[in-house]
Write a protein that binds this ligand. Structure first.
Ligand code: HPA
Length: 239
C-alpha cells in the first residue's frame, strides 16, 4: 500500500491492471499486479494515482477489501510521518510495533451494518510480527538508519497538529505521527490480513523544530527518503 511519495512503484513488471468495485465503493486507484524484485506484488496507491485523496477522505474499507479480493495475503503499508521522538529525525525509517488512534468519523469497521456478524477483533498487537521482522532485517541489510520499534499516533488531518497536541501525544507514548495508519491497520485485521507499516519520517512533528512545517520541506525529505523505502521493499521481497 503506497502512501505519500509512493504513488508509483518503478521496477514493477506489470502483469495486469485491476479495476475493482467493492461493496464499500471503489478503492483509491486501480491495483497494479506484477512482479517486483522477484516477488508477486499487488500495488495500490492509498491517496490515488495521481495523489489526490486527503487522508480523512480515503475509502480505507474499499482499499483493503479490493486488495484481498485481488488475492493479497498480507499488506505492507508505506506511510510518511512526522517525528516526535528525538531519534525520529527526517529521513529516519521506523517499523512501528504499536499504535494509538486519534482519528474520528472515518468508516473504520466492516462490522457496522451487519450486526449479526459483529466481531470484536483482538488488536492488542496491531502489526504482524513476521512481516515486521523481515522488514527490520531488510533495513539492517541495507544499512539504513532505522528503529525496529515505535508507537504510531494516527491523527485525523488534513491539518498538521498543534505543538500542544504533539506534547500530549508524546506523553501518551507516541514516537511518530501520521494521518493514514488508521483505520487501515484495524480493517486489515478484520479481514485477517497480516499487516505491517514502514514509516518514513519527513518532518519533525509540530513544535519539534524551530519554524513552521512546510510542504516544500516535506517534499524534499520525501524525495530524499523514498529511494530508501523502495530499496527496502526490494530487499524485503527478495529475502
Ligand atoms: N503529522 C501528521 N501526519 C504527517 C506528518 C505530521 O507531522 N508528517 C507527515 N505526515
Amino acid at each position: 500500500m503506497g502512501g505519500t511519495g509512493l504513488t508509483q512503484l518503478e521496477g514493477l513488471t506489470l502483469d495486469g491492471v485491476l479495476t475493482l468495485e467493492t461493496p464499500y465503493g471503489a478503492p483509491s486507484a486501480d491495483i497494479l499486479k506484477g512482479r517486483f524484485a522477484g516477488g508477486d506484488v499487488l500495488f495500490l496507491a492509498r491517496h490515488g494515482m495521481p495523489h489526490r485523496i486527503a487522508p480523512h477522505r480515503i475509502n480505507y474499507r474499499a482499499n483493503l477489501w479490493a486488495l484481498r479480493a485481488a488475492g493479497a495475503d498480507a499488506v505492507l503499508a508505506v506511510n510518511a510521518v512526522g517525528g516526535i521522538h528525538a531519534a525520529m529525525g527526517s529521513g529516519h525509517l521506523c517499523v512501528p510495533h504499536q499504535l494509538i488512534d486519534y482519528t474520528w468519523g472515518r468508516e473504520h469497521s466492516y462490522f457496522q451494518d451487519e450486526l449479526e456478524h459483529v466481531t470484536h477483533i483482538d488488536f492488542s498487537h496491531p502489526y504482524d510480527d513476521a512481516i515486521r521482522t523481515r522488514l527490520i532485517s531488510a533495513l539492517a541489510e541495507e544499512g539504513f538508519a532505522h528503529s525496529s520499534h515505535g508507537v504510531y499516533g494516527a491523527t485525523q488531518g488534513p491539518r498538521l497538529e498543534t505543538a500542544a497536541e504533539i506534547v500530549r501525544m508524546e506523553r501518551d507514548g507516541c514516537d511518530i505521527v501520521g494521518m493514514t495508519g488508521m483505520p487501515e491497520a484495524a480493517l486489515a485485521r478484520e479481514l485477517t490480513l497480516p499487516y505491517a507499516c514502514l514509516a518514513l519520517v519527513v518532518n519533525p512533528a509540530a513544535g519539534k523544530a524551530s519554524g513552521p512545517i512546510t510542504m516544500a520541506g516535506i517534499e524534499l525529505a520525501l524525495g530524499e527518503g523514498i529511494g530508501k523505502v523502495k530499496t527496502t521493499l526490494a530487499r524485503f521481497l527478495a529475502g
